[in-house]
Design a protein around this ligand. Structure first.
Ligand SMILES: NC(=O)c1ccc[n+]([C@@H]2O[C@H](COP(=O)([O-])OP(=O)(O)OC[C@H]3O[C@@H](n4cnc5c(N)ncnc54)[C@H](OP(=O)(O)O)[C@@H]3O)[C@@H](O)[C@H]2O)c1
Length: 381
């Protein structure tokens, strides 16, 4: 009886302490978020001074496509292990609109920039001519035609480390075609080869077969000897078939998850079907590779993260392998793709080519609509 009388007030005191501690933590977090948001800045002041050795580049000091500007900034100088590349063409990827829009918002506190973008340069995929090399560079020389990936590719020049994502451009493709390759084709290659582990004769379904990643994925899966089914809309059926797809499903007329066919691998560029529906059409040991995360206005706060977690969780309890992939831009895979293009097994599909860097905002707006047929390219010279 006595003990009970003593523990009651003690429990009350602990409750009060916990309540206050939790309130203080929440308040501190809100205050920290508020301060971090309003003090978040970037390196835009550097662009105020007139550059000594200028080049034109796309710069954005604030989030949003209207804030993209073509501006004169300092031309980069290659370090000892770098090449200076005169960019001839660059291509646009959904990655670019994720950065320019700062969505999903959850990535802003993860280093992308809370109120303003931390990195004010845009673009990754480029193709061009080597203009100069650092003193330790051995694989490339001035005049070489190359393609690769480097942040800030929407510019007249980029510097890229010789050992990083840069490779010789095959002679049989144009700069525009080469610029369309890096992110989309590496994603397709790694999806088919590393995540899907596609074997000859396997049935592979590619949802979103007519876009940047999809047009490469159809050709690469064919080059691996797969039986390929592409999912696209009516206007793209002939194009997807011409890339080598054995079967084409028109998503405006048929839901591919409702059919009787079972697939060994699904490469999903458009996550618009439930995971259980996708799982239903997989073979018992099939693989579901989540590539796409939706459009710029889908789940602006968390983007595809909810689906990513679901996919990984489900994978723990089922016989099929399900998971998200993140492309890794590297020289070895760019060289593999160069060989595939050299041999004619992969031919980049270009939807639109914009005439100059000043067209980057238009190119991004077009891509954001989500209906590009192959890749969207911008000329840089
Ligand atoms: N995980 C990674 O590492 C990685 C790397 C690169 C890209 N991605 C992501 O992969 C996705 C695809 O990238 P992308 O460069 O291919 O984009 P994209 O070029 O913009 O894809 C557009 C294509 O999607 C098709 N599409 C739209 N709605 C569709 C639907 N309901 N069913 C089937 N197809 C549909 C469109 O065809 P219609 O015009 O016929 O509708 C269009 O051809 C994006 O979400 C991107 O962020 C991820």
């Amino acid at each position: 009886m006595n003990v009970e009388r003593q523990t009651k007030p003690r429990r009350k005191r602990w409750k009060r302490i916990l309540k206050w501690t939790a309130s203080i933590i929440v308040l501190a977090l809100v205050l920290w978020g508020f301060i971090a948001y309003w003090t978040s800045s970037n390196d835009c002041e550097q662009y105020a001074a007139a550059p000594g050795n200028p080049m034109k580049a796309i710069v954005y000091c604030d989030y949003g496509v209207p804030n993209l500007k073509l501006q004169e900034i300092e031309k980069p100088t290659p370090a000892d292990d770098q090449l200076l590349v005169k960019v001839r063409a660059a291509s646009v990827n959904p990655l670019d609109w994720h950065f320019i829009e700062g969505t999903p918002y959850v990535m802003r506190p993860m280093g992308v920039g809370l109120r303003k973008p931390k990195d004010t340069r845009l673009g990754v995929d480029f193709a061009g001519t080597v203009e100069a090399v650092g003193k330790n560079v051995t694989k490339f020389k001035p005049g070489d035609e190359v393609f690769g990936g480097r942040t800030g590719a929407f510019a007249e020049y980029v510097c890229v480390r010789e050992a990083r994502a840069v490779a010789a451009k095959p002679a049989n493709i144009t700069f525009e075609q080469a610029a369309s390759v890096p992110i989309a084709a590496i994603t397709a290659l790694q999806g088919v080869r590393d995540k899907g582990k596609v074997q000859p004769g396997q049935r592979v379904l590619i949802n979103g077969a007519s876009g940047g990643v999809g047009t490469f994925a159809v050709q690469i899966a064919k080059s691996f000897g797969a039986d390929v089914t592409g999912v696209c809309s009516t206007r793209n059926i002939d194009m997807v078939r011409s890339l080598g797809a054995d079967h084409v499903i028109d998503y405006t007329k048929e839901d591919f998850t409702k059919g009787d066919q079972r697939y060994d691998v699904i490469l999903d560029n458009v996550p618009n079907h439930s995971l259980s529906d996708c799982r239903r059409i997989l073979t018992p040991n099939g693989k579901y590779v989540m590539i796409g995360g939706g459009g710029p206005n889908d789940n602006r706060w968390v983007g595809p993260f909810g689906r990513v977690i679901n996919t990984e969780l489900i994978s723990l309890f089922v016989s099929q392998k399900m998971g998200m992939m993140m492309a890794d831009l590297n020289q070895k895979d760019l060289t593999t793709l160069a060989d595939l293009m050299q041999s004619g097994k992969v031919i980049p599909v270009i939807d639109r080519t914009y005439k100059s860097l000043s067209d980057v905002p238009e190119a991004i707006k077009y891509l954001e609509q989500g209906h590009a047929r192959g890749k969207v390219v911008v000329k840089a010279d």
